[in-house]
Design a protein around this ligand. Structure first.
Ligand code: SPQ
Length: 430
């Protein structure tokens, strides 16, 4: 396990950067390109470990996928060309690969075994397995079919009308993908809209899918056709530098070509709500996804109550928002975020433990946290617990401390942001 000593002489961020491609969109582009007949070219693909797990899964099913740095070329015979893999498929750390893939495999007439690393092996799969079982899929795994390793015997499915009990884009997407391989109309109706990249991109690949408010309808057994996908910059990666610039004196940065899908821009709303000086210029739409440039200046932020429908729009940004809250004026309360307990770590526990170690006054609640502001953080020994977003939060926290922070297990940052430290260094060296 590697470790890093975080001690920066200069702590002001200036200049312009782009961040790597969006993780959610990169996964989906590989999956749908593999299901589609013909050629698909993906540019600005995120070559992070999670998305490489998705490539590996489809290569194991015989799809021709070639990567040249951040461009991926797929040449597929479509759904009927997929083959039964000889070996179990390794999903690494990736929850998105697991939940979406199980949905696809449920509709294929083969047997599959899926496994992942220690973190993924603890994350619940019943949330996707249960609706698929209702459609007729045979899925079994550890703890009564709830945990990886999981075996799927796919085949003929029947459509369902599904109302997910959890707010999860992965569950919605997994059921829609099973619906794509099922004759008839499958619907998924959410209480609160979660990220909709599956709906947008399936449309681009030619699926028969329609969206009305929070209800999505897919008519199955329609062949997909390969297409070109340009992946926007990942707003969840950008979020670390948006907060870094907001909390460090004299900073002023612009992050270019960031995805601005409204189901993902909650971080911009939260920064505005907390009084951060932020400006967004929307530039163009690529593959049904808006992108633009975001400028942030160092600001004295103020506390907020963050709850309700915004939570799915900031779910992956809550660790870095918690760090911002330690610097805001007043007490920030985050509620309705119990889903944090089912991520790469229990992110309520890992955020509270880590920020407490660094001197924050923060308390975990059953569905969120309460954070006192205006706190001087100090150095110490920390660990990511194998969670990339906790690792990056710690690296940004070190911009606020006079003494060094030791970060153990920093390599997991490559799961979603392999060039994180290069980009951080480029912003502080200007
Ligand atoms: O893929 P994974 O490991 O689940 O990744 C995370 C992350 O922090 O990168 C969550 F841990 O993002 C999820 C996100 O939280 C990616 C995702 C997607 O691409 O559909 C949806 C969200 O998860 P969920 O459970 O709300 O569907």
């Amino acid at each position: 396990m590697s470790q890093k000593v975080l001690a920066f002489d200069k702590k002001t961020l200036t200049g312009n950067i782009t961040v790597p491609g969006d993780k959610s969109i990169s996964h989906r582009a590989v999956m749908f390109g593999s299901l589609a007949e013909g050629k698909t070219k993906i540019t600005n693909f995120l070559a992070g470990e999670d998305c490489l797990s998705t490539i590996g899964a489809f290569q194991a099913m015989g799809v021709s996928i070639r990567r040249e740095e951040n461009t991926v070329f797929i040449d597929s015979d479509g759904i009927n060309g997929l083959k039964e893999p000889v070996q179990p498929i390794d999903l690494g750390n990736s929850g998105t690969t697991a939940r979406l893939l199980i949905g696809i495999l449920a509709g294929l007439p083969y047997h599959f075994t899926l496994y992942g690393d220690d973190s993924l092996s603890k994350r619940p799969m019943d949330r996707i397995a249960n609706p698929l079982r209702e459609m007729g899929a045979k899925i079994d795994g550890r703890e009564n079919g709830r945990l990886l390793p999981i075996a799927v015997r796919g085949g003929h499915l029947s459509p369902i009308d599904f109302k997910p009990p959890v707010k999860s884009a992965q569950v919605k997407s997994g059921v829609l993908l099973a619906g794509l391989l099922t004759e008839g109309v499958t619907t998924v109706e959410e209480v609160t809209k979660t990220r909709d990249h599956t709906e947008n991109m399936l449309k681009a690949f030619g699926a028969n899918i329609s969206v009305e408010g929070t209800k999505v309808k897919i008519t199955g057994n329609k062949n997909l056709s390969g297409c070109d996908i340009e992946v926007p910059g990942d707003i969840s990666s950008a979020a670390f530098f948006l907060v870094a610039a907001a909390i460090t004196e004299g900073s002023h940065i612009t992050i270019e070509n960031v995805g601005l899908n409204p189901t993902r821009t909650g971080i911009i709303d939260v920064l505005k709500m907390m009084g951060v000086s932020i400006n967004v210029i929307e530039k163009r739409t690529i593959g049904g996804e808006p992108i633009g440039d975001i400028t942030v200046k160092a600001s004295q932020s103020k506390a907020a109550i963050i709850e309700g429908d915004i939570i799915p729009r900031i779910i992956d940004e809550i660790p870095i928002i918690a760090l911002l809250a330690t610097q805001a004026e007043g007490k920030t309360i985050i509620k309705d975020a119990e889903e944090l307990r089912f991520k790469e770590t229990d992110r309520i526990e890992s955020v509270v433990t880590t920020l407490s170690k660094l001197g924050a006054t923060i308390t975990g609640t059953k569905d969120g946290m309460i954070i006192e502001g205006n706190t001087q953080l100090h150095g110490g020994v920390t660990e990511s617990y194998g969670d990339h977003r906790i690792g990056m939060m710690i690296a940004i926290a070190s911009l606020l401390t006079d003494d060094k922070i030791e970060l153990h297990d920093d390599e997991c940052i490559a799961i979603s942001y392999p060039t994180f430290f290069e980009d951080l260094h480029s912003l502080i060296s200007n």
